[in-house]
Every structure is written in structure tokens, then in C-alpha cells.
Design a protein around this ligand. Structure first.
Ligand code: AMP
Length: 440
């Protein structure tokens, strides 16, 4: 047997038991139906259990949440619980949805352990969150804004943190959370274990990692900035005005039952959603102008199959846990290439195959080139009869803020839910600037 074959077989047959996780955790994992640890879990769990700092490159859908949650729970449960439960582990996530999803996982994996957890994020009343924390929690999942709000009111303390997890660090920077992250770090004890997860690895992320992590072990589930291999990617060149017709045709004729569609703006998401519904396709939109309740309802409908199409903006879609999603469509390409990787990471999850389609008009040509450069791959192009691109259309990229309705002043609670600090987040970020409409 060749060494390569041996390594592949070893990976396939590795068990959760062999990773050294406690019986209580193995029971929870088995209840979830997992049989084999995913590659990122195989690589990240052992060093975390050894108490090392870890820098992990892992895309959405790779099982990264269990990759940090399982060893974190193992380590916390090894130490006897303290009478007054201070927060011992902090998991920081960029969005409410991701926070809620990570918290759900923490709850499931800790079912057979004597550990308490809580989640806090903006956009909802802080009182119940503060009350839960007052009763004592071992693990806190939080978005930065609400965390700092409660901390500044003296409602929580990070002075006893033993393990700090920064999830989706690239998205954190993208949303301008750099300053907030630094504030959070300054509130924690210097001696702690740090785990940082990111799908993409820009120079800024590496700088951030350098500032947070102490001699980290680097683990990688997939090569840097590349897309999941199981995903079939395709570009449809189409005239801008014919995109809606084309997407409806693709979904109807393909009889696709669960499609995640990305638009550039919240308004665009609403408009497309309405048109889909008019043509008989059940659809719901999810973005930052929707209340938390509306988002939860839309996601639940989509997961249960009642809603065929979920139309989302980038940030709202981050962290959505939708297993085995077969189709992702970029109604518009993102102007930030890394977002393309995040978007299509919504399909082909946990080894399942998926299809990622992009409808590209002339003014998105430069976005397409930038994406191809990032993923180091030329995407196959198709033109559908009746939906041809406009040969006379300009290839000048769409300006940020173009093609949207004039907007009322922002309402705090409609923000990403992480406090009024959001209004100048972009000035904190060294990443390419986003237009406000793309937040959430
Ligand atoms: P994540 O990347 O953490 O968002 O996880 C993606 C999906 O994979 C979630 O639906 C998890 O429940 C699932 N998952 C995580 N670990 C495993 C595993 N070892 N085997 C099968 N599914 C998994």
C-alpha cells in the first residue's frame, strides 16, 4: 500500500473515540448521528485538547463548529466546576444567525455534561440575556456589539475566560469588528487558550492572528482561498434585465426544491422574492432589515421545505446551518471575491455534492475576473437561448449604492444587531469597503 493510500484510509476510518474525547461527548456526537470526524475535526481537536492555540482554515460546512466546541467542552468539563460560575469560554461570532447556530450546537454537544451555556446578540431585549448570565454560565456565545454593551453596563465579566474562540474571523474584519475584537481581548486575562477560525486568509487575517494567538498550531481543512471540490460551478452570461426571467426558468424547469439565492442589496432581495412568489415559487427573503423573528421564520420555512427559495444578502446568510443544500445561485456576483467562496460554501456541505450558479451581466465582468483569480480557476460559461447577454451593455462595474432606493436613516435595531457602533464599523476595517446595504 502506498503511503498516500494509507493516509486516506486512516482518515476515513478515524473515529471520534480515537481523538480522546470524553464518554459524555462521544454520546452526544453519536446522538447527532456523526460517525467519522470531518477532516477539520481530525486536525483541530487533538491540538485544542492539548491546550494549544489553533489557527484553522475551514470553510463553512466542514464541521468546524464541532471542531472547536467538542474539545472546548472536554477541557472545561475536566476542571471541576466553580461554585459561582464565571464565564470560562467565549465564542465570538460575527452574526446573530451564526451565534444562534453555534449556541444550538454547544447545547447539543454538552447535553450530557454539567456545563451551562448562553447566547447573546443584538436586536432583541437584553434583559433575559443579562438574567441568564447572572445565574452563571460556563460558555458564552456572543456577537461583539451586544457583548461589549453588556460588559460596559457591568452585566458580565470576561476576567475568568480560559478559552477564547474567534469564529469566522474574516467576516468579523469584513464587518469592521476589528476595534471591538481588540476591546474584547483587552478585557480577558492574558493567559488563555485562543482558537481562531477563518474561511479565507488575507493579510489582515494573518496580522490579526499574530496579535491574538500564541505559537498557534495551524490546521487546514481545504487549501487557502479555494472552493470546495464537490461543488459544480457555472456562470450564465445574461443581460441584466433578463436575470429574473432566467432564475425563474432555472428553478422551475430544474424543479429545484431548495435554492439559496444571493443578491447584492436588501431591496434587491425583496424585489426578487416578490417576483418569484408572483411566478408561483415559494420564496422568503432574509436580510438585515428583517426582524429577528422574520429571519427565524424564513429560515425555518426554508429548512422544512415549505419555502423553496431563500433570497439572502451576504451577511444575513453567514452561518446558516442548512445541511445538504443542493443549489446556490448568485443572482449578482459579490464585489468582494472572498464572499463568493463563502456563498458557494453553502452547498456541497459535509461531503455532499452541490451546484453553484452565477448569473453574470456585463457590468459584473471585473468581479468575475477577480473571483477567478482568487479561486485560481476559470469558471465554465453558458448562455441560454432567449436570455443572452446584451452585446451593447457597458462593462463598467456597478457603483456601490447604485440601483437602490433612497433609504431612510438607519434604525439601530435594524442593524446587524450589535449596537450603534455599527455606524462607523467600516472605518475600522482595513478590508475593502462594503456599501451599507450589504451589511446583513
Ligand atoms: P459547520 O461547518 O460547523 O457549520 O457544520 C456543517 C454541518 O456538518 C452541520 O450541519 C453539522 O451538523 C454537520 N457535521 C459536523 N460534523 C459532522 C460529522 N463529523 N459528520 C457528519 N456531519 C457533521
Amino acid at each position: 500500500m502506498t503511503l498516500k493510500k494509507f493516509v486516506i484510509l486512516q482518515t476515513m476510518f478515524m473515529s471520534f473515540q480515537s481523538l480522546g474525547l470524553s464518554e459524555a461527548l462521544l454520546k452526544a456526537v453519536s446522538k447527532k448521528g456523526y460517525t467519522t470526524p470531518s477532516p477539520i475535526q481530525q486536525k483541530a481537536i487533538p491540538p485544542v485538547l492539548e491546550g494549544k492555540d489553533v489557527l484553522a482554515s475551514a470553510q463553512t460546512g466542514t464541521g468546524k463548529t464541532a471542531g472547536f466546541t467538542l474539545p472546548l467542552l472536554h477541557l472545561l468539563s475536566e476542571n471541576p466546576k466553580q461554585k459561582y460560575r464565571p464565564i470560562r469560554a467565549l465564542i465570538l461570532t460575527p452574526t446573530r444567525e451564526l451565534a444562534a447556530q453555534v449556541y444550538a450546537n454547544v447545547r447539543e454537544y454538552s447535553e450530557f455534561l454539567n456545563l451551562r451555556s448562553a447566547v447573546i446578540f443584538g436586536g432583541v431585549n437584553q434583559k433575559p440575556q443579562a438574567a441568564t448570565i447572572r445565574q452563571g454560565v460556563d460558555i458564552l456565545v456572543a456577537t461583539p456589539g451586544r457583548l461589549l454593551d453588556l460588559q460596559s453596563q457591568g452585566l458580565l465579566s470576561l476576567k475568568r475566560i480560559e478559552i477564547f474562540v474567534l469564529d469566522e474571523a474574516d467576516r468579523m474584519l469584513d464587518m469592521g469588528f476589528l476595534r471591538d475584537i481588540q476591546k474584547v481581548i483587552n478585557s480577558m486575562p492574558e493567559k488563555r487558550q485562543n482558537l481562531m477560525f477563518s474561511a479565507t486568509f488575507s493579510k489582515d487575517i494573518k496580522t490579526l492572528a499574530h496579535g491574538i494567538l500564541n505559537h498557534p498550531v495551524q490546521v487546514e481543512a481545504t487549501p487557502e482561498n479555494t472552493t470546495v471540490e464537490a461543488i459544480t460551478q457555472k456562470v450564465y452570461r445574461v443581460a441584466k434585465g433578463k436575470k429574473t426571467g432566467l432564475i425563474i426558468k432555472l428553478i422551475s424547469e430544474g424543479n429545484w426544491k431548495q435554492v439559496l439565492v444571493f443578491t447584492r442589496t436588501k431591496h434587491g432581495a425583496n424585489r426578487l422574492c416578490e417576483k418569484m412568489i408572483k411566478s408561483g415559487i415559494t420564496a422568503a427573503a432574509i436580510h438585515g432589515n428583517k426582524s429577528q423573528g422574520a429571519r427565524t421564520k424564513a429560515l425555518a420555512g426554508f429548512k422544512s421545505g415549505r419555502v423553496r427559495v431563500l433570497v439572502a444578502t451576504d451577511i444575513a446568510a453567514r452561518g446558516l446551518d442548512i445541511p445538504l443544500l443542493p443549489h446556490v445561485i448568485n443572482f449578482e456576483l459579490p464585489n468582494i471575491s472572498e464572499d463568493y467562496v463563502h456563498r458557494i460554501g453553502r452547498t456541497g456541505r459535509a461531503g455532499a455534492s452541490g451546484e453553484a450558479l452565477s448569473l453574470v451581466s456585463a457590468d459584473e465582468t471585473s468581479f468575475l475576473r477577480a473571483i477567478e483569480k482568487l479561486i485560481e480557476m476559470k469558471l465554465p460559461v453558458q448562455i441560454i437561448e432567449g436570455f443572452e447577454p446584451d452585446p451593447n451593455a457597458s462593462t463598467v462595474p456597478i457603483k456601490q449604492g447604485q440601483g437602490r432606493q433612497s433609504r431612510k436613516p438607519r434604525n439601530k435595531s435594524n442593524n446587524s444587531g450589535n449596537s450603534s457602533r455599527n455606524s462607523n464599523r467600516n472605518s475600522n476595517s482595513r478590508r475593502p469597503k462594503r456599501n451599507n446595504d450589504r451589511r446583513n
